[in-house]
Design a protein around this ligand. Sequence first.
Ligand SMILES: [Ca+2]
Ligand SMILES: [Ca+2]
Length: 217
Amino acid sequence: MKPFLLKIAVLFLFTLAFPTKASLLTINGFTLNTDTQIVSGNSLEWLRWPETANMSIQQALNIYQPEGWRLAYNQEVVDLMNVFFAAEDWSPALDENTSVGATLDHTAGGVNLWRDFTNIMGVVFSPGPAFSNMLFGEDADSDGFYRSLGSFYSDYDPVVVIGDDHPTFTNDFSDMEFGVLLVREPANTVPISSTVTLLLLPIAVLLLRNRKTDFLL
Ligand SMILES: [Ca+2]
Ligand SMILES: [Ca+2]
């Protein structure tokens, strides 16, 4: 290989092997990668909510299912709320036809709880008040209706709610205040930089070692 091309090749390999470090935010054991807009927590990856704003379930799955994403299950959403809003008993919402909501008292730190949650997961619709309604569920009762996880705040007490399934929420429903709550197993996402490092770094080192004189020309 010509010296110039060798330099380019080695620089390219090192660029792949040592990418710019992603910006991470961790709250309550959930970590947001601001580069990918993917949250890691509760042994799952969660697509940050604004990514699917105004999409129907079907539209979101058409785009994201090939990358391993699926609708969050009832149990997973209850587990999520148990982490961020532990004072509430969310377990009745394991039943698809039962809703559970919590008003977060602003005099008792409720706004901070809500901000922690939305700093990680994001907000779908924020014209002033900040609303998110995230469609989810495995349609456990097979009626074709899905559920919505709501997160609302204007200027007093924030409200969060796991809704029961509703005839409005079919898999082709969409609205600007709604998104789709997608998760996937972490195994689907071995970071490409790690793979490239393992495979290509030894090659880069060999190239440097064998053609050291040329490289330094
Ligand atoms: Ca139902
Ligand atoms: Ca249902």
